[in-house]
Design a protein around this ligand. Structure first.
Ligand SMILES: [Zn+2]
Length: 480
């Protein structure tokens, strides 16, 4: 509820599929290549050029359908969606109208520790359009790059089941991590690999749903949150002032932090959909659908539940690890070796590792950390060969360099001294040299113990096993 109004949000999310080639031709599907270098008569829409469907696109979309608990329509067709825009040379986009490849699914999301189920209306396959380039250098003209024409997309349409911008964000993050787990989209937000259109309406509780506006150009999840919050307040302001909401398409301007009207919303008939005559009906074999289902890995939600249940991780920590394919794989691989408690690995993942990745903007795969060196490091700490502080020093090195953990213990001189004889010798020397502190302790100043242990650590150049050192000093003080 916002200012006494219920908020209703539905999202249309476009994800670029990471196939090698485009959806209807064999041009390369790769971001960032020279402008207009990845084009051919088919994706440029030359008259007479005929499309051929890339079957990997169908497989990828079916996988997403399975992951979102959809029914898979084994027989479906493709349709032309007609509209005029300079980035669309054919003046139509091949999409799917009435019968999408996948429909009637759902996905569970976690918001503030609570599970919410969001309906998935449909997932269909379609082609992307080109990209307009605007610059002062072009003498007041806009240029067009057609490399993106024909890049395969899936459009995932949700039911209007979300009630706040926080739920919308959680939904988008869940979709993103599923796409990553399925390895069907590179999910590079800055390259536009995931984009969404946001449908928002507001109404008073108990009253019918309000008129919705559609907001385009939402290019990040944080922009989605800002856009939704802005739009909700804009609509409430209008209603509170006695106005009515127009059904329209608006464009989100993230720099200005406001949405502006683009055009009154088109209805489906404005697109004059009709079956694509140049492509055959899609017919997918039942075995193929089942085999694709068998390829779906354990998905993030299932992982979160498992981490909480099996390893006793707090849900927030479990979610953080499970939402990243890379972190979850590292965590699972370490635990597959199954020697030490899950917590002894998760502290590294959630602490020093994430801090480093955030600071450098790198991915886990850019570092040298792997299950082998991390389990080795954890082992050295758990069996008290090195201290936790020493572990941090080694971790900082193996983030960047492929060095042997055991050799680093020697190189950095981090081995803890756990030899009782040696520790007792240090203790005796420190006690003899600090008579005043010994007397203080005897007179009830218990914090003198900490000082004496500290002196021992210093005398050992930080290498003494601190737990053992404390024990020895305590015992000796009792005896004095
Ligand atoms: Zn092409």
């Amino acid at each position: 509820m916002v200012r006494g109004y219920e908020v209703v949000i539905g999202l249309e999310t476009h994800a670029e599929l990471s196939t090698n080639s485009k959806i209807y031709c064999d041009c390369k599907n790769q971001f960032g290549l020279e402008v207009n270098s990845q084009v051919c008569p088919i994706c440029m829409g030359m008259p007479g050029a005929l499309p051929t469907l890339n079957e990997t696109v169908v497989d990828y979309a079916i996988k997403m359908g399975h992951a979102l608990n959809c029914n898979i329509n084994r027989v479906c067709k493709q349709d032309r969606k007609n509209y005029f825009y300079p980035d669309l040379p054919k003046a139509y986009q091949i999409s799917q109208a009435e019968v999408p490849l996948c429909e009637n699914g759902y996905v569970d999301i976690l918001v503030d520790g609570e599970e919410r189920r969001i309906g998935i209306t449909r997932i269909h396959i379609e082609e992307d359009a080109g990209k307009l380039l605007h610059s002062d250098k072009f003498d007041g003209c806009s240029l067009v790059d057609l490399n993106r024409c024909g890049v395969p997309l899936i459009e995932i349409v949700s039911e209007p089941d979300m009630r706040s911008s926080a739920e919308a964000k959680a939904y988008l993050e869940t979709l993103k991590s599923i796409l990553q787990y399925l390895d069907i989209c590179d999910c590079k937000m800055q390259e536009g690999s995931i984009r969404c259109d946001v449908n928002v309406s507001v109404h008073k509780p108990g009253e019918p749903m309000g008129t919705r506006s559609e907001m385009k150009n939402v290019n990040s999840f944080s922009a989605a949150v800002r856009g939704i919050d802005f739009e909700v307040n804009r609509q409430i302001d209008i209603l509170e002032n006695g106005g009515t909401i127009d059904q329209e398409t608006r464009r989100w301007d993230d720099v200005k932090g406001e949405s502006v009207s683009m055009r009154s919303k088109e209805d489906a008939q404005d697109y004059r959909y009709f079956p694509e005559p140049d492509l055959l009906t899609i017919v997918v074999d039942k075995d193929r659908v089942n085999n694709l289902k068998a390829e779906i890995p354990e998905l993030p939600n299932a992982k979160i539940l498992r981490y909480v249940k099996e390893y006793n991780l707090p849900q927030k920590e479990a979610t953080f690890i499970a939402e990243s394919v890379e972190l979850a794989k590292l965590f699972d691989d370490c635990l597959a070796k199954d020697k030490y408690p899950a917590k002894s690995y998760s502290v590294w993942l959630l602490g020093d590792l994430v801090k480093y990745l955030n600071e450098t903007g790198k991915n886990l795969s850019d570092t040298m950390i792997n299950a082998d060196n991390l389990t080795e490091l954890v082992g050295l700490i758990e069996n008290k060969t090195i201290s936790n502080a020493g572990g941090k020093k080694i971790f900082a090195v193996i983030l960047k360099e492929a060095k042997d953990v055991n050799k680093l213990v020697d190189e950095l001189g981090l081995a803890q001294v756990s030899d009782i004889g040696l520790l007792e010798k240090i203790a005796n020397e420190v006690l003899a040299a600090n008579e005043k502190s010994v007397n203080d302790f005897k007179n009830g100043k218990t914090n003198a113990l900490g000082f004496l242990v500290g002196q021992c650590m210093k005398a050992s150049k930080g290498k003494a096993n601190p737990g053992m050192m404390k024990e020895i000093i305590s015992k000796k003080l009792e005896e004095i």
